[in-house]
Design a protein around this ligand. Structure first.
Ligand SMILES: NC(=O)c1ccc[n+]([C@@H]2O[C@H](COP(=O)([O-])OP(=O)(O)OC[C@H]3O[C@@H](n4cnc5c(N)ncnc54)[C@H](O)[C@@H]3O)[C@@H](O)[C@H]2O)c1
Length: 396
């Protein structure tokens, strides 16, 4: 394809929307991608008004159907290279399917969709059409997540015995949805959020972080989905004891009622030689504890291969990934930018007719999204049987 910035179309993002904003900043981070169009709201009139108010000029559409249909007749340099889906969970499947079928790559928010049937269809369609599909598991984009993955997956802390992956928040400790707060109202509604509230919303991030860093799958779950705020239909507290594919065990837990916790996503991995600890609220460093040795704190951008713990041959692409020197903090937007940057590489290869494979090492794949949905469905079943062990479905 010609050397021009990739064109991105938004599905969702108008009127008080949240996650579109970190995304749109991240899309523009490198100057090689730009938002050019959007179907920003379910009501067509408001969608056009919202597009007209966007902070920079974009082409507004009354619906994503219109945006996708119009794309067919645009000149090559104006065609959408990918859509970014930032709608509530119940509006992921339909625009993702329609975009893929119209030959537009998809970057979709998590959880991938509402249920396993939809997830199966999305995986099969993206494979059949050989089209790039990314899922926005933000936290894989922190350099320290990449580094943690390298440490654990290369065996530097030994065989994984145990992991604790958690995502704790406190913002739904009261009945916030009763005030009409936009982000709360759809998240507590099974029709719009899916079969699990807290688990689907942030438990899927905890699962993804665990799988990404360890390379292990959760094979069986014993789950307790609990509701602490009266009148809620979905869980606001989610605790899962899991068996790992290497025989180890893990806790995957999430809560929205833990007052004081903001976006407290963290992972501890205990191996036979050491323990690795990572927290997204302090994502500039990773701590490694080894028996009878001082703790090692590794800062992004200040890592020395061959230091007595790290081998000399830490992969060059990992070492080259930081964007600014250590001490100038990266954060949430940088993590999103790293995901969009890596997705861009695959979209450009695909557009040029070159082979591309998303092995999940740079951004979450549609198969990773599938795994999140399979996990939620299995946890819902286990919890309905008072935490009885339930096996995860086989990968498709
Ligand atoms: N990756 C992350 O860290 C992260 C963080 C927050 C939210 N999310 C996910 O992002 C998605 C959106 O969450 P949010 O908190 O930004 O929600 P939000 O309610 O703030 O925004 C949703 C937007 O979608 C629009 N919308 C709804 N139906 C639409 C339709 N048919 N056509 C066009 N627009 C439509 C709404 O008008 C709104 O602009 C959810 O799937 C959520 O799970 C991910």
């Amino acid at each position: 394809m010609p050397n021009r910035p990739l064109n991105v179309g938004l599905v969702g993002g108008g009127r008080g929307a949240f996650i579109v904003h970190p995304h749109q900043k991240a899309i523009h981070f490198d100057g090689t991608r730009r938002v050019v169009a959007g179907a920003l709201f379910p009501d067509p009139k408001i969608a056009l008004e919202e597009a007209a108010k966007w902070p920079y000029p974009i082409k507004g559409y009354g619906s994503y159907d219109e945006m996708i249909a119009a794309n067919r007749d645009l000149p090559e340099d104006q065609k959408l290279d990918y859509v970014l889906i930032v709608t509530p969970n119940f509006v992921h499947f339909d625009p993702a399917m329609k975009a893929m079928k119209a030959g537009i790559a998809v970057f979709c928010e998590k959880p991938l969709c509402l249920n396993l049937k939809e997830a199966n269809d999305l995986v099969r369609t993206s494979r059949k059409l050989k089209i790039p599909f990314g899922v926005a598991h933000t936290y894989l984009g922190h350099w320290t997540s990449r580094f943690s993955r390298y440490i654990v997956r290369s065996g530097l802390i030994g065989e994984v015995r145990w992991a604790d992956s958690y995502y704790l928040q406190g913002w739904l400790a009261t009945k916030l949805e009763a005030t009409g707060q936009q982000q709360a109202t759809w998240r507590v509604d099974p029709k719009r959020a899916g079969g699990s509230g807290c688990g689907g919303d942030i438990g899927t991030h905890a699962l993804m972080q665990l799988r990404y860093v360890t390379g292990l799958d959760v094979t069986h779950v014993s789950a307790q989905l609990e509701r602490y705020v009266e009148g809620r239909l979905l869980d606001d507290h989610f605790t899962v004891y899991g068996k790992l594919s290497n025989g180890g065990k893990a806790l995957v837990r999430a809560s929205q009622i833990c007052i004081g916790h903001k976006n407290d996503l963290g992972l501890e991995v205990a191996g036979t030689n050491g323990t690795l600890c990572w927290r997204q609220e302090e994502a500039e460093s990773v701590t490694v504890h080894l028996s009878n040795q001082p703790d090692r704190v590794y800062w992004r951008g200040a890592v020395t291969p061959g230091d007595g713990f790290l081998p000399k041959n830490v992969p060059a692409d990992l070492m080259a990934e930081p964007t600014i020197p250590s001490g100038h903090p990266e954060g949430f937007h940088d993590a999103f930018a790293r995901l969009h940057r890596c997705f861009e590489v695959d979209v450009r290869k695909w557009k040029a007719g070159e082979p591309f494979t998303n092995d999940g090492s740079k951004y979450a794949s549609v198969e990773d999204g599938w795994m999140g949905i399979a996990f939620i469905e299995t946890c819902v079943k286990s919890s309905a049987k008072k935490g009885a062990w339930a096996a995860m479905p086989k990968r498709i």
